[in-house]
Design a protein around this ligand. Structure first.
Ligand code: 13P
Length: 258
């Protein structure tokens, strides 16, 4: 199965980072052509970069000029299509700038006030605008310590998927990233067994959707990525995705059999 590799640049990157994005596009194109010419059954990686929205249009133009298969994603969206929401960005605006996908419910957005009800409406807006949602869920350290990881994941998924279920909306595909809050940017990760259990719990909670991929995110680097790729459909990568060499060496792990 093709692995999903998603780089979340968060609030990092100016127009001068164009060079980094170009390196990422070139490296990814090389892996892709290698696997095509190797005549192997290696399915490689689908690479998505979620830059700050100020860079989306520029990056999508560069990707189009180079015929690149790198996908672009937003980092969140407002639930409304337009209106008096100073500082916000709508799903249709992301799509208009060239995004194919968008993160929703990232822990850093939840920390600044987004709740499951809002995320459920954002998910509808994303689907309505033709964006594939990348829904982020994960427990904090208190929830982990008190053995409530599973309950928290089930709650977040039920909340975020409430409206699509109620309205009977079918989703062509849904990506869910398990990102424990305590693992983001900390250098600490759950064990591979814990990640597998969390991903199984997520899959069991979304049995009614057909095309679901479950990813892991939180302190992923080229050193720990291989073991996590073995038990997941892909990775959501923060800091390591800002460094083109580091990101490409993680992408390369998905082509190892070539
Ligand atoms: P780090 O990879 O920097 O820990 O960030 C993870 C993350 O939040 C990706 O969305």
């Amino acid at each position: 199965m093709t692995k999903e590799i998603i780089g979340n640049w968060k609030m990092n990157g100016l127009l001068s980072c164009e060079a980094t994005f170009c390196e990422i596009m070139s490296g990814y194109a090389e892996y892709d052509s290698l696997s095509a010419s190797a005549d192997s059954d290696c399915e490689g990686a689908r690479l998505t970069i979620c830059p700050p929205s100020t860079l989306l249009y520029r990056f999508s133009s560069l990707a189009r000029e180079r015929d690149s298969r790198v996908l672009l994603g937003g980092q969140s969206c407002h639930h409304a299509a337009e209106g008096s929401f100073t500082g916000d960005i709508s799903a249709s605006m992301l799509h208009d700038c060239g995004a194919h996908r968008t993160l929703l419910g990232h822990a850093e957005r939840r920390a600044s006030g987004e709740n499951d009800g809002m995320i459920s409406r954002q998910l509808l807006a994303a689907l309505h605008s033709g964006l594939t949602p990348i829904l982020c869920v994960g427990e904090d350290m208190d929830e982990r310590s008190s053995g409530r990881t599973r309950i928290r994941l089930e709650e977040q998924l039920a909340g975020a998927l409430l409206l699509v279920r109620e309205m009977g909306i079918s989703m062509p595909s849904l990506l869910i990233a398990y990102e424990p809050l305590w693992a983001i940017g900390s250098g600490e990760l759950p064990s591979v067994d814990e990640i597998s259990q969390a991903l199984e719990c997520i899959m069991a909670s979304v049995y009614d959707f057909s095309e679901v991929s479950v990813l892991y995110g939180g302190s992923v680097t080229s050193k720990n990525a291989a073991a996590i790729l073995d038990c997941s459909d892909g990775l959501l990568i923060g800091k390591a995705s800002l460094d083109s060499d580091e990101l490409l060496s993680i992408v390369g792990l998905c082509y190892d059999s070539v």
